[in-house]
Design a protein around this ligand. Structure first.
Ligand code: FES
Ligand code: FE2
Length: 312
């Protein structure tokens, strides 16, 4: 391996590549993910597709100047036209389509305002899906904020961070995390922790339930302090870089005209905590055989679970 990490830079699984509102009907976006150039487009009917970016003709990037017409993506260079499965369906002024005129097509899942692509180095189709987030469509909940960072790290580090109860006190100044339980089941990893969060009015008790579906998707639910649920989606874009996207949903106040200042303050606090993690992630090395103490039992458990996404 020629990177900082003793495993592939590009794990298997579902990874967010955009928010839905970045791609209107008929829209085209270039993507750089998994060390590859891809093109994301949406038909006029609203269906999103992801294809390999470089045209099999003379190699134009379909994400830069490609246009959608009647559900078909047209190359900006000489107008070859590709459907959502990557097949060339028309070459202007030519009768015959060469058999190799096919682009790789990537599995796409769109839910809760986000677009996910399934990455498997061997092209093996997905065996599981990302679940819909109940809060994204629940009465009384609203999409409150979205935020994106580019960080020099690996999705594995971000998952280890979420499942690492002892760092919260030292990096983030949370008074205590107690009674954390961990559970791994197929592609799902769950953490359930009680927290005590400092506030201007003194410490407040709460609970954080986090649930991963692969290394690219964590749904994190705060309750007690305020009702905030967010998606933390880490997508490997290059050999050492991750695009991290957070999408926050908060419960709107039940009284009309009231404000949800506690929920909004908690979102600001979570964003502050990410900024605290970033210098650790960007500068640390990855120890395959760390020295562990009694509070660290979640780390070997998470690493055992994540091997299914990292190993061939
Ligand atoms: S390079 Fe795409 S049509 Fe020529
Ligand atoms: Fe953290």
């Amino acid at each position: 391996m020629d990177t900082r990490f003793p495993f592939t830079s590009y794990p298997r699984g579902w990874f967010q590549v955009a928010w839905s509102d970045e791609l209107p009907p008929g829209g085209v976006l270039p993507l750089s993910c998994f060390g590859k150039e891809l093109v994301l487009f949406r038909t006029e009917e609203g269906v999103a597709h992801v294809l390999d970016a470089y045209c099999p003709h003379l190699g134009a990037h379909l994400g830069h100047g490609g246009k959608v017409h009647q559900g078909i993506l047209q190359c900006p260079f000489h107008g070859w036209r590709f459907n959502g499965q990557g097949h060339c369906v028309e070459i202007p002024h030519a009768g015959r389509i060469p058999p190799g005129a096919v682009l790789g097509a990537w599995p796409v899942q769109e839910l809760d305002g986000a677009l996910f692509v399934h990455h498997a180095p061997e092209g093996v189709p997905p065996t599981w899906q990302v679940p819909a987030l109940p809060e994204a469509s629940a009465e009384g909940w609203v999409l409150f904020q979205k935020k994106q960072w580019r960080i020099r790290t690996h999705p594995q580090e971000i998952s280890e961070n979420i499942a690492d109860p002892t760092h919260f006190r030292y990096v983030h100044g949370i008074l205590s995390i107690s009674e954390a339980t961990f559970d791994a089941e197929g592609p799902v990893f769950r953490v359930d922790a009680k927290v005590s969060q400092p506030t201007p009015r003194g410490p407040v008790d709460g609970r954080i339930r986090s649930e991963a579906h692969g290394l690219g998707y964590w749904a994190i639910r705060f309750s007690g302090i305020a009702d905030v649920t967010f998606i933390s989606a880490a997508t490997p874009v290059g050999p050492e870089h991750v695009a991290l996207r957070h999408t926050f949903f908060i419960r709107a106040p039940s009284q009309p005209g009231a404000s949800n200042n506690v929920g909004k303050a908690l979102v600001a606090e979570i964003l502050r905590q990410v900024e605290e993690d970033i210098p650790i992630w960007e500068n640390k090395l990855y120890r395959p055989r760390p020295l562990l103490s009694a509070g660290d039992r979640s780390i070997p458990m998470l690493r055992q679970w994540s091997r299914q996404f990292l190993e061939g």
